[in-house]
Design a protein around this ligand. Structure first.
Ligand SMILES: Cc1cc2nc3c(=O)[nH]c(=O)nc-3n(C[C@H](O)[C@H](O)[C@H](O)COP(=O)(O)O)c2cc1C
Length: 208
């Protein structure tokens, strides 16, 4: 698949067909992650691929299985989401947080080493490891799209990352930036409309 085709095919997928992804395909996709740029030339990343349904169920047990209409309205209010397209994106995604991972063929957990306190960086360089793992995560999304699969992601809230550490047993020096669900997209699900971007307003030649 052409690169730009993969870029435009990549969308967040939250509804999947129940289907196994061949191990070779998963290895190719994770291989693409390791071709991403790296801040310290080490690519000290690990990817845990959870396929065992018992482990998946335990790992996701901490994630809320839905949200009431009242709580959803409160979230929109508290987060000051005034844009209607943006609101629709949240209203579509938030209730699916547990199911989109549970129904995926595999849950992928990226891990990167963080040497300083990530929540109190002294300068931007202290966030380079975090930035690098996100580059590799995007390679996964694009590789998955090129293979005919789709991904979603959830940034862990509250104790979710620490809980994942206890379930999956990854060492204390590794941080988990997100959960990734990967699988074959269900047919006939319309992607959530996104904000139109006028490139002529966003590209600035020579000065802003
Ligand atoms: C840093 C980051 C955090 C995100 N967090 C979540 C999340 O917690 N849950 C979720 O369902 N989607 C999450 N997303 C996915 C966005 O909702 C999605 O990318 C956005 O709506 C654009 O839609 P698209 O991916 O289909 O183009 C996140 C994306 C990014 C880049």
């Amino acid at each position: 698949m052409d690169f730009y085709e993969a870029v435009s095919k990549r969308r967040s997928v939250r509804e999947f067909v129940r289907e196994e992804i061949p191990e070779e395909t998963l290895k190719r996709i994770i291989g693409a992650a390791f071709r991403a740029p790296t801040n310290d030339h080490m690519r000290d990343w690990h990817y845990i691929i959870v396929r065992d349904r018992t482990v998946t169920a335990k790992l996701l047990d901490i994630i809320p299985k839905g949200i009431s209409d009242a709580d959803m309205d409160a979230l929109i209010r508290d987060w000051n989401l005034s844009d209607s397209v943006q609101q629709a994106c949240y209203r579509s995604a938030v209730p699916k947080q547990h199911r989109m991972l549970f129904d995926a063929s595999a849950v992928i957990i990226p891990l990167f080493k963080q040497k300083t306190d990530i929540l109190h960086p002294e300068n931007l360089s202290h966030l380079n490891g975090f930035a690098s793992i996100w580059c590799s995560i995007e390679h996964i999304f694009l590789a998955a799209a090129a293979e005919g699969y789709g991904c979603n992601l959830r940034v862990p809230l509250g104790d979710e990352a620490e809980y994942a550490r206890t379930v999956l047993g990854f060492p204390a020096e590794y941080c988990m930036p997100c959960f990734i669900g990967i699988g074959r997209p269900e047919d006939g699900i319309a992607p959530v409309p996104q904000k139109e971007i006028d490139l002529s307003e966003r590209i600035h030649w020579d000065k802003f």
